[in-house]
Write a protein that binds this ligand. Structure first.
Ligand code: MZD
Ligand code: MN
Length: 371
């Protein structure tokens, strides 16, 4: 099932604005791992239990997340767990394609046993391929990479590239001894660049999500999830990984985009004013590497679009964050009209189609043939 995106970008008033989504989510079935893994592993895979007030997520016997029930219940559009209903939701909201991140799969990076991590990650990738991607051409998932053993990570990256995956999912949070800028990841970046697989980091992963319970907690906690995303960009740019791999692209999903050119300026200032301490030296300024290789997605932020004109940073993607509460389900068209009112058509095209199709060229092909 495919749908025509408007041939002219100038939408008549009231005509639907079509967009790709650079940040959506799959909601995994409860039996994803129990139906695919031997019992000795399935019993330790991510599972959630609903208590009086909280939904608790356990991995390998330990609690790794706790969400207020009514918060989790609020994230339930009709298509959350039903692919056919999801495609109907996409048509209603005006979404052409979605790169759909994990939900429960986000917790795999918390697993500390390499065998369990590898089995759970591979099972998630097989499920996404068989149950979602092979059934239609508008929703595709970034593959989960088992991170505990880099050689094994490279093997899974090569396997999923062969299977047709178009991106790799990474958690923003990581322990200091395995920080993303360290050379230990070099084989992984080499493989991802050679296989043209963008690194798709998503906020709110790899660490605690509720870090403060005082006044303003919900707003503080939400904003706090942006900071590890900034750290990913600074480490992969200043550490030289993106400079060494100029064809490697980095997407930071759901962290907003207005801060990206600003962090480029901060890094340029450090690179110049603290030049005597800078290691490694880079072949380009940090802000140039960011402009050429770093992409970011937002849902509602006005600043994400405003910065494009003023800073010439345009690797900005819009995302529906479907079916999560922070997304635009139910008010996508109103959001797109509000965000893009009086915005240059070329900039709107870039944010709603161009950046996405640059990151995921295969979708450009299907979008072009949409009839
Ligand atoms: C993937 C992460 C995003 C976040 C965390 C929230 C607001 C709160 O009673 P208490 O101890 O829970 O504290 C009360 C308080 C109101 C302070 C606290 O509950 O802040 N609640 C909701 O959990 N905020 C920061 S936002 O982490 C990035 C965005 C919201 C959805 C999010 C939590 C999703 C993500 C991401 O890893 C997950 C997942 C499967 O879907 C949701 C939940 C779970 C975590
Ligand atoms: Mn998201």
């Amino acid at each position: 099932m495919t749908h025509a995106t408007p041939t002219t970008r100038e939408d008549e008033p009231g005509q639907k604005i079509w967009a790709h989504s650079g940040d959506s989510h799959l909601m995994e079935p409860d039996d994803l791992w129990t139906s695919r893994l031997p019992k000795r592993l399935a019993d330790r895979a991510p599972r959630s239990e609903r208590g009086e007030k909280y939904e608790i997520v356990y991995i390998d016997g330990t609690q790794i997340d706790r969400q207020l029930n009514d918060f989790m219940d609020a994230m339930r559009p009709p298509g959350a767990k039903d692919l056919d209903l999801r495609l109907q939701d996409l048509d209603k909201e005006g979404i052409r394609s979605q790169v759909a991140f994990p939900s429960m799969g986000f917790w795999i990076c918390n697993i500390r046993d390499p065998e369990l991590e590898n089995a759970v990650a591979r099972a998630w990738n097989d499920w996404a391929l068989e149950e979602v991607m092979s059934r239609q051409d508008r929703v595709f998932a970034p593959a989960i990479v088992p991170l505990m053993d880099v050689e094994n990570a490279v093997a899974e990256v090569e396997r999923v590239a062969e299977l047709g995956f178009q991106a790799l999912y990474f958690p923003c949070g990581i322990s200091d001894d395995r920080a993303w800028g360290l050379d230990l990841w070099e084989p992984l970046w080499t493989a991802a660049e050679e296989l043209r697989l963008p690194l798709a980091f998503h906020i709110g992963t790899g660490g605690e999500n509720v870090v403060y319970r005082g006044p303003g907690g919900a707003v503080v906690n939400y904003t706090e999830t942006t900071y590890p995303a900034m750290r990913v960009v600074t480490h992969l740019v200043a550490g030289g990984a993106l400079d060494r791999h100029p064809d490697l692209k980095l997407l930071v999903a759901e962290g907003g985009a207005g801060w990206v050119p600003a962090i480029g300026d901060r890094m340029d200032e450090a690179y110049r004013q603290h030049g005597m301490f800078v290691r490694p030296r880079l072949s380009r300024l940090p802000s140039e590497i960011i402009r050429q290789q770093v992409y970011a997605s937002f849902q509602h932020d006005i600043s994400a679009v405003q910065v494009i004109e003023d800073t010439n940073y345009d690797n900005v993607l819009w995302g529906d964050d479907y079916p999560h509460l922070e997304g635009t389900y139910g008010h996508t068209q109103e959001t797109l009209r509000a965000v893009f009112t009086d915005v240059d058509t070329a900039i709107r095209d870039r944010v709603l189609h161009g950046s996405f199709e640059e990151l995921f060229p295969a979708t450009a092909a299907t979008a072009a043939t949409a009839s």
